[in-house]
Design a protein. Sequence first.
Length: 281
Amino acid sequence: MARIVQISDTHFSRAKPHFMANWPPLQDWVRRQGADLVIHTGDATVDGAGSEDDLRDVARMMQSLEAPLLAVPGNHDVGDVGNPYQPVNDERLARWRTHFGPDWWSRDVEDWRLIGIDSMLFGSGHADEARQMTWLEGVTAAAAPRRAAWFTHRPLFIDAPDEPDTGYWSVKPAQRGALLDLVRAHDVALVGTGHLHRWRDATVDGCRYVWCPSSGFLVGPDNQPDMPGEKWLGAVVYDFDGPDVAVRFGEVPDLATLWIDDVLGDVYPHAVRPGPGLLPE
Ligand SMILES: [Fe+2]
Ligand SMILES: [Fe+2]
């Protein structure tokens, strides 16, 4: 058996410590899980896209979890496609890799291949976008007879695989199509994501889509449209055993129920201006 703990959207920062109260309870809880591996699915920092200090500090914090860590970046860690203030670029990607390691990776456990994907590259036109897709096709196809579990920041879709563009919230249809072709062509049995700050465990067309909640803050209705899933803070625990996996919501005691809405202008000043930012366009 291999126990993997997924955490996401911690949004920690020394310069903007609004959500740091949730670090001690998260750190305690993760240490008590006896995880073989911790996967962080992005938005580790408040603003790694703007401040290398955030990346350095939070990567150091994560080293204290007493388990190996693999991470994929979120939009607040490396920037985002269509964000005029913080586009994904060489400098931001290099900073992530310096402090958190590769932004795409694979690791075999039990009868599974865990595959980390950098969803911030999708649609970026950066040279690494095509490199990653070539690698992803190969590493997913070659997983057999293992089953594949993907981990990435942005969910492939919200309600349905064939839905139109959801703006800020999920992968754009153009890139989503190629990813879903891979899911269908191979035994991609699990896709674990972050970004939405909500918990959900739903099986769609035979694949299990798990939304890891944030352990930092919740997003109120003024700043996120109505969508499935639960507005809970926490994490996810996966017990991989041979070809099986048990998935459960990780209830982290003593997390403070913090809301971005109360501090949005302070934490993400660009998001309250017109145009893409934290909010949907
Ligand atoms: Fe987030
Ligand atoms: Fe995000």
